[in-house]
Design a protein. Structure first.
Length: 114
């Protein structure tokens, strides 16, 4: 799976365009739409169904202007459970995803707009 491009409000994955926030689970499954309970705040409950022990790294694309925040309780949970995470702008997040060699333990979470 390859992310072909990202621009404000749109992401292209394997030649398919998406305009809603989404997740890529283990480099093989696209979950769309990714709706967070509190909009611009990502909490544990927004991704916990994927935290089954197989995820070792999470890339958070926080939006074009970094408006989406990651809840401190979620950050603490991830750290305490040895799950590496990166939070960055969505453009950089796409670059990190595409440069990831092993995606079998990766969760990619992207906010497409602000």
């Amino acid at each position: 799976m390859k992310i072909d491009g990202y621009r404000f409000g749109n992401i292209t994955i394997d030649s398919n365009d998406y305009s809603e926030d989404l997740l890529i689970v283990r480099g093989e499954e696209i979950v769309i739409p990714w709706i967070r309970e509190k909009g611009h705040l990502c909490q544990k409950r927004d991704i916990e169904r994927y935290l089954d022990g197989s995820i070792k790294k999470i890339i958070f694309g926080r939006g074009y202007f970094l408006v989406m925040k990651i809840d401190e309780d979620l950050k603490n949970y991830l750290s305490e459970n040895g799950i590496e995470f990166v939070e960055t702008g969505s453009k950089k997040a796409v670059e990190l995803f595409n440069n990831s060699e092993d995606r079998s333990h990766l969760l990619f979470c992207i906010h497409l707009t602000c």
